[in-house]
Design a protein. Structure first.
Length: 253
């Protein structure tokens, strides 16, 4: 399914130029927020709420019973199936983060065993074995969202063949990320000539400033409990829908 496909119109009107993806849990654990979704049912409910608030796609981290990120087929298949049932047609992606299974060979094998497939998977280019994992994802018909965390990763990715086959390039900066660093990486990505759209986002302190900069640059962006737990005014959000609604409002100004 194309990532641009829409299962239905969100309840919140979204300008066509605004593209917000919801990252509904990330590597965070439930002790960080009481409403962090962990179970397939919770992930499905948050996906529904985020889409209703204006999210055009969802990215999630399937987790085990302890709330820890998992790439195992049992957890991935169950999470994907639940969201598919709750929001048919909503573009859906999952993590392949190396921290969830820190062995390149075992990570490949885990992804090979997925039987209920998402539409796309995120892949952090600087992590060990990422070029091989990208090839596997493509061979399985999955879109590859490549994550670029720094200048070195941008240069390595730009020199690879994968740059011509990504469905999205994500510039992903940490809490100390700033507009100047984002623009430096964006220039490198643009020079690579990839046909993929570019998404820019930050984390915690950098989250809202970089989301706003994405709007200024006309880029895709994302928001959700993976990237921040607080609204632009500094108050704690009660869930992903509130974060998505705030992002859509900010980008609509």
């Amino acid at each position: 399914m194309s990532d641009s496909a829409e299962p239905q119109s969100p309840k919140t009107a979204v300008t066509p130029k605004i593209y917000v993806k919801a990252c509904i849990n990330g590597a965070r654990t439930p002790d960080q927020h009481p409403n962090l979704p962990v179970t397939p049912e919770q992930l499905a409910a948050e996906a529904v709420a985020a889409h209703a608030a204006g999210a055009r796609a969802v990215h999630m981290h399937p987790k085990d019973r302890n709330g820890v990120d998992s790439l195992r087929a049992a957890e991935v298949d169950a999470a994907v199936a639940a969201v598919r049932h709750a929001v048919p047609g909503l573009p859906l992606g999952v993590t392949t983060g190396f921290w969830a299974l820190p062995d390149a060979g075992r990570r490949l094998k885990a992804v090979e065993e997925w039987s209920v497939l998402p539409d796309f998977a995120s892949l952090n280019w600087h992590e060990p074995g990422s070029p091989e994992l990208a090839e596997l994802l493509l061979s399985r018909g999955l879109g590859v969202e490549v994550g670029i965390f720094h200048v070195e990763a941008a240069r390595s990715w730009a020199a690879s063949d994968i740059k011509d086959h990504c469905m999205r390039v994500m510039i992903e900066l940490g809490a100390d990320g700033d507009v100047a660093t984002a623009d430096e990486i964006l220039d490198l990505v643009a020079a690579a000539g990839s046909p993929a759209p570019v998404l820019l986002h930050g984390l915690d302190e950098s989250c809202w400033p970089l989301l706003e900069h994405a709007g200024v640059r006309g880029l895709q962006t994302r928001i959700g409990m993976e990237d921040t737990l607080v609204l632009p005014d500094g108050s704690v959000a009660d869930g992903n829908a509130a974060l998505v609604a705030a992002a859509v409002e900010l980008l609509s100004r």
